[in-house]
Design a protein around this ligand. Sequence first.
Ligand code: FMN
Length: 172
Amino acid sequence: MKRIEMPYTERFGEVMSALTSRGLLLGTYDAKGKANAMTIGWGSLGCVWSSPMWIVLVRPSRYTYQCLEHSRCFTVCVPGEELDNACQVCGEKSGRDMDKLAACGLTSSKAAAVNAPDIHQCRIIYECQVVHYNDVVPAHLAGEIQTGMYKNGDYHRLYYGRILATRATAGK
Ligand SMILES: Cc1cc2nc3c(=O)[nH]c(=O)nc-3n(C[C@H](O)[C@H](O)[C@H](O)COP(=O)(O)O)c2cc1C
């Protein structure tokens, strides 16, 4: 899809609507340079330390976690409804076992500003450089979140990705 530069503050409603329905695709490269996409349903787009920022939550069990520990950058790619099936596959299967992009018919190339994949079929892409991370502290969690989200541990690591570029298709 042809995209143009866009202020990161635009199309917020569309992005949140995708995040909370089919999910967004978190793009990373593994240590061998293979592109991977993981569906995310949680994340925060805003301004931190005077920088545009995506904060994403990744459990240590994900292959994406390994990729992020290695590459320290990621893309947040916003799919339209035509990619519903791809979001399901990328939210169930692991890049440890297969090439998910190829399986879903998705193509990618290295993003312009960071070493992470630009998934061509997505409508909006944010290119992010990790500037901080922290782990969920079990003792600091509200009780209902602890019991509802972390029965098996696997506490998320929060990656703070400074947005270096945002590009989007001309319209929805
Ligand atoms: C709608 C949806 C949202 C998800 N959100 C997250 C998330 O925010 N963080 C996370 O760690 N896993 C999340 N997952 C689970 C991962 O996408 C899933 O475990 C995936 O297979 C991991 O892929 P990977 O091993 O290639 O990294 C979500 C799954 C779905 C279906």
